[in-house]
Each structure stands twice: as C-alpha cells, then as structure tokens.
Ligand binder design. Structure first.
Ligand code: ADP
Ligand code: MG
Length: 698
C-alpha cells in the first residue's frame, strides 16, 4: 500500500501529485508519511487580539465578527472581516472565495481564528486564516501538538499549505494498519534501546497527543536514520578488515631507530607517541590500515607521517605522501629532505611542475623500486605512475581529496597499501563518525610544548590605522606578517580587485625600501608563486599579502601576525585554518580579524568564537551549529544529507548509541546469518536500491 503512487491518494490526484513530486520529492504514500512536521503548535492555547504584536508565529484568537465589508475593485476585490474580542479589533482579509465566506460567517456566535498575522497596508491582519465556530466538539479535537509542515508557494496555490498537508496525512493515517508498515529494527534492538515500533512512531510523529508520545516517536525515527548509516559504514570497515589482507610491517627497523635515537629534532609529544603506536599496531596486524589522524594545525602531523613512512621502508616497502597543493608538496619535500639527509635516504618530489625528463626518470625509479620516498600532489595518482611495492600512502589535508581519489590511490598496487589520512580540519565527533565512519581514527589533541596561545583580536574597518600601527611595531621587532583577503570563486573578478586594492593600501602604508612585500594569489604561475613564497620564507619580505592559497600547511615560524581582511566572509573553519599559519615559533603570535562596521549576528558569533577559543574542535562544533552539516565540505557524498529528522549538531548521544548498536550486531553476526538480523540485510539492500535521486528523474 505504501508504495502506491501519490496521485491515487484521496484528495490528491494527478495535478497536485505533480507539484508534490517537483517541490517535495514526494512520489508515494510512504514518501508523504516521511514528510515529517518541522514543528508543532499548541491549538489549545489562545491569545488576545492585543497580544498580536508581530508576524513571527502562528497564533490563535477567539472572538466574534463585528461586521464585514467587500471592498476594492476587480483583482483587488476582497472581503474584510472586522473581528473583535474584549481587548481589540483586528481585520481578517479574504481575497478568494469571499462570497462563500461572507455567507458562512455570522455576526453573533463565537469563532476561533488560527493563522499567521501578516502586515497588510502597514498594519497587522490575518490573510486567509482558519476560522471555525467554537463548540464543544472543536475544543475537544484540538491538540497541544498540532503538526506544522513545510510547504511552498506552488503547493499553497494547490491547497497544500501546511494545513492541507496535515489533513492529507491525517486521512492517510486513518487508513493505515500495522501490517502496512514494515518494521525495520529487530525486536531485540527495540527492547534494548527502549524504542517504540515503527508503526506507532509514524502515527505519533504526525499526531502526537502529548509530549511523551512525540519524544518517543522522534527518538525512534532518528535512531533508525543514524543506525542505518552507521551499520553501512561499519559493515564496510568490517568487510574490508576481514577480506583484504594488509602488508605486515613486522619490525621497527634501522631507519626508524636511527632517526628516533639520533636525529629527531625534538621530543615527541605524548599525543604524537600515542598515535604512532596506534599506527604501528595497525600495520603490524596483517590487516590493511585505513586510519584518519585528526590534529589541529601545528599539532605536528608531519612528523607522524614521516616516521610512519620510515616504518614502511624499514620493512622493504615504498611510501608516498600526497598533498593538495604544489606549495605544500614542495614544503613537505624540503622538510623531509632536511630531516632525512643524515640517513642517506633520498626524497623525491613529483608535482604538476616536474619537468618531463625528471618525471620520466621518477616513473622508472618508482617501478624499479629505487625510490623509497615520494612526495607529491595529484600527479601521484595519474595512471602512468606505477610503484614497485607501495606499502603506505599518506594523504595530507584529507578534506581536499574526494573519496574517489582515495580509492584510486588504494588501487595503485596489486594489494592495497596502508592508508594514513591526515586532516587539519577538526570536525565535530558526530560528523567524523558519519563522514569517516568507515575509518579508524586517531586524534592528536596536544600541541608541542612552549607554544604560546595565539591572541586573537577583532577590529572594525574604521580602526584600520590601529591595525597598521600594530603591524609596524611587530615588524620593528623582527616579525613577519600575513595579510589575507578572501577569494570566493563566484565573484573572482571582484575579489581580485579587492586584493589589488588591499595590496596598494598596504604598499602605501609600508613603502619600500624600508618594507618589502610579497604577493601571492591564484592568478600567478607556479614559478611566480614560488619566487614570492621563497622571499617570504627566507625573511626577505616582511609582509605577505595573499589570498587563501596560503591556507593549507605553509610553515614560516617567524611569521607571528595574521591579519584577515573581510573576515566576515570566511567560514569558521577557514578562519581557524588561516590563524594556524602563525604561532609556530616561540614568539607571542596574533591574529587580527578585520571586518566591516556592520555585520550580521552569525558573523558576530564567528568573530566572538575566534576571539574566545583556540581549540579547533570547539570551533568546529560552533561551525556545525551555525551552518548545519550540508555546507561542510564532504558531507554531500555521505549519508548525512539523507537525514530527515536527526541533527548532527544536537543528536550526538543518540548517534553514539546507534553506532554502538550497529557495532554490536556486526561483532556478533557480520553476515546477518541469524534470523533476528535478516531485517538488516533486507533494509541495506532496499536502501541501496533507493539510491537514485528521484528529483532528477522527475
Ligand atoms: P601540522 O599538524 O599542522 O601539519 P606540522 O607537522 O607542520 O603541523 O608541525 C608544526 C610545527 O611544529 C613544525 O615546525 C614542527 O617542526 C613542529 N613540531 C612538531 N612536533 C613537535 C614536537 N613534538 N615538539 C616541538 N616541535 C614540534
Ligand atoms: Mg600539515
């Protein structure tokens, strides 16, 4: 019954069905049932006319009709009902069906009016409110939790406003019997987690009679959503770990030990040691590692990568590291070369700008196995690149790489190499569990010692002179400074002008020869960027004016001030990333956020969060609350977007429970052989089948 096309539902028909499909992706009875209310109103509560003060919400008043008038001509013709209670008078306006309405309403009896006030001709009135006679029946039927549904202009024209949808769903629910609804969770699970059955949940979410019913229904349906995403991810993980054999790095060998004992430039932090240990356990286990290392900017992920790579080489394998940008790949290559020089280990780099001759040579040496360590960009995953025995792949700054590219790297070998994925974008736990739920995770939650927390200040544009003054003081102390401008793709031209303008301003304020300035942006060739970067890295320039190309990973310890222009145009995680470019040396570092004088509430909260906190994980939580998961990179390709009820910013505990439940089931019965688990097998298959995006087909 629930697969029946929506046009067959009483009161819908082909025309309304068409709009439901287009506007809300509702194709079947079941789709309609899954169009959950987005909130509830209390229809047992009344306010007085005097209390109708704004148009922010649905309200209910009771009173009598004072008089009625039809006014206006032709299109503007309308019925005005003057409606009154003890406290005042308000107009109800009907543009359509007013003859019928004028006949129906009488002066005398008491009515109830329900609707959202609107501003009409400068004062508050109700346009097309619900209006009903008050009698015992009416009052008894009204619920404190009446569902309100999302609708659209096109649906409203067809009579399917929230109220129309509510009535349609209610009539469908009246004909719904238990056997129509397929239960999607096992009895055991429902008992264990105190969840109500699906049939009751669906009824109660649309027509709850009290708060408890509503809460139970929401819990059950949210749990189901989260549970199936987790079941799928954890199953993937389980299948991989059972079926795919991994190379065994059985020993900690000479290179690793030599480096660790003699050439490590600092003591590892406890967090670095812990993560390295987790990696060693993985690669020694005989399973293929798929591990995500999350660590805030500056937490020292590079060293973890380097030492893991030594482990691979010690065990006779090749290792490569892939970075998202040319600059970053070059910087890693330089760092690696310096650190590994005493070990006589040659480091090769392969990027888009590697010359053809050199490139050919590298390709050959990779196949022969002569190259042990390769660092590069996307050039690493080109088809022509073949390895002799690639044992470990490290991907730095994961968020720039898609799942497909990860898969391609994995397939570079006959057997998949171990994968270490490092991300400097801390993401909330709930999101990590969903986006990377198939990976094992490690967290570097500690910065190297001696770092002074970066001080962050917020300036309005009109205080720019103070910003410049501060910059001069810092330069006089021998420090270097970044000045960053936003570059948002859609308006690249305008942004570029902003950058030029900003550069001119900085140049005016900091004239040569006393001051030297580098400028780096996306329109420069790689060579030009390289030259400018190098001048800054060597300390030949004091100021680096740049767009966000410097966002990822660049390391200049002497740079201690980050000025972010038009900071209100950056997202929180981007701001935090940018700030992480400073604070890498021993000096007190600063981040100055410069915004317009008037900024919105969201922007203000972003600035306040930055000023208050240096903790990437805390910042990412705020980011999730502000933006929702949809805007956070990578979520589109995950199951996150299929969530109808569950909210990753709020339902962390439930997610944890759902994940645990899924894990328990897989630990006991990963192939769903037990009778009680058959339901999961079937649902996973069904969900796979339902994958096509109907909106594109319609
Ligand atoms: P990220 O995690 O952002 O990639 P990096 O690996 O670039 O951070 O490290 C940032 C800086 O901290 C580098 O200059 C690095 O040499 C230094 N560093 C890393 N680990 C330690 C440590 N344990 N003690 C002191 N300095 C460290
Ligand atoms: Mg890094």
């Amino acid at each position: 019954m629930l697969d029946t096309p929506i046009e067959y539902l009483k009161g819908i028909g082909p025309q309304r069905a068409e709009v439901l499909k287009k506007e809300l992706n509702i194709f079947t009875y079941y789709d309609l049932l899954q169009h959950y209310p987005f909130r509830y109103v209390d229809r047992t509560k009344f306010i007085t006319i005097k209390e109708v003060v704004d148009d922010s919400q649905l309200v209910q008043i009771r009173g009598v009709v004072d008089r009625m008038e039809v006014v206006g001509l032709k299109q503007a013709k309308r019925l005005i009902v003057f409606f009154r209670d003890n406290t005042g008078l308000i107009e109800l306006v009907f543009f359509k069906g007013y003859n019928w309405m004028a006949q129906k309403l009488q002066v005398g009896p008491e009515y109830v009016v329900f609707g959202k006030p609107t501003f009409f001709k400068g004062k508050l009135s109700f346009a097309h409110p619900d209006i009903d006679l008050i009698n015992g029946n009416f009052l008894n039927q009204q619920s404190a939790f009446q569902a309100v549904y999302n609708s659209s202009e096109k649906l409203k024209i067809k009579g399917l406003d929230s109220e129309g949808i509510r009535k349609t769903i209610n009539s469908l629910l009246l004909n719904l019997k238990t056997e129509h609804i397929e239960e999607t969770l096992s009895n055991d699970l429902m008992t264990d987690f105190k969840l109500i059955d699906k049939f009751s949940a669906l009824k109660q979410i649309h027509v709850p009679t009290n708060l408890n019913e509503l809460t139970q229904a929401q819990k059950r349906l949210k749990f189901e959503e989260l549970f199936y995403i987790q079941l799928k991810l954890l199953k993937l993980n389980k299948v991989r770990s059972v079926t795919i054999k991994g190379f065994v790095f059985s020993k900690v060998g000479q290179l690793f030990n030599d480096f660790f004992n003699n050439y490590l430039p600092f003591n590892l932090t406890t967090a670095q040691k812990r993560v390295l240990k987790e990696i060693r356990l993985d690669v020694g286990s005989g399973k293929q590692m798929n591990r995500l290392v999350q660590g805030d900017v500056g937490s020292g992920k590079t060293m973890v990568a380097l030492m893991s790579m030594l482990l691979a080489i010690d065990n006779g394998f090749q290792a490569c590291l892939m970075a998202p940008t040319e600059i970053l790949a070059q910087q890693h290559a330089t760092t690696f070369k310096e650190l590994l020089m005493p070990l006589n280990l040659e480091v090769y780099a392969l990027t888009g700008s590697t010359k053809t001759k050199e490139r050919k040579l590298i390709h050959e040496k990779l196949i022969s196995g002569e190259i042990k360590i390769l660092i590069g960009t996307h050039a690493l995953i080109e088809d022509v690149v073949r390895f002799n025995n690639l044992g470990l792949v490290v991907i730095d700054e994961q968020h720039r790489f898609g799942v497909a590219q990860r898969a391609k790297l994995r397939s570079k070998n006959k057997f998949p190499p171990h994968m270490l994925i490092m991300t400097a974008t801390p993401i909330p736990r709930t999101l990590a569990m969903t986006l990377y739920g198939d990976l094992d995770t490690s967290i570097i939650d500690e910065l190297p010692p001696g770092r002074k927390p970066i001080r962050t200040l917020h300036f309005m544009e009109n205080h720019r002179l103070r910003v410049y003054g501060f910059m001069k003081e810092q330069i006089a102390l021998g420090r270097q400074i970044y000045v960053v401008y936003p570059l948002i793709k859609e308006s690249e031209k305008m942004d570029y002008q902003n950058l030029q303008q900003g550069f001119d301003n900085v140049l005016n304020e900091f004239p040569p020869p006393k001051y030297q300035i580098s400028i780096v942006h996306g329109k420069l060739t790689n060579e030009q960027k390289e030259v400018e970067m190098k001048r800054f890295v060597k300390g030949e320039t004091q100021i680096m004016v740049a767009t966000t190309v410097i966002e990822v990973g660049v390391n200049v310890p002497n740079a201690s001030v980050m000025v972010i222009e038009s900071a209100e145009r950056f997202g929180l995680s981007q701001l935090h990333q940018l700030r992480g470019r400073v604070g890498r040396g021993g000096d007190q570092s600063y981040c100055l956020l410069v915004t317009g004088y008037k900024i919105g509430a969201d922007s203000r909260l972003r600035m306040e969060t930055m000023v208050r906190s240096n903790d990437g994980f805390e910042i990412s939580e705020v980011d999730l609350k502000l933006r929702g998961p949809g805007d956070i990179e990578g979520t589109q390709q995950s199951g996150v977007m299929d969530l109808k009820l569950a909210n990753l910013a709020q339902d962390g505990q439930l997610l944890q429970l759902a994940r645990q439940a899924a894990q328990n089931i897989l630990d006991e019965d990963m192939n769903f052989d037990l009778q009680k688990n058959k339901v999961y097998e079937r649902q996973l298959v069904l969900k796979q089948m339902n994958r096509p995006n109907w909106s594109k087909i319609g």
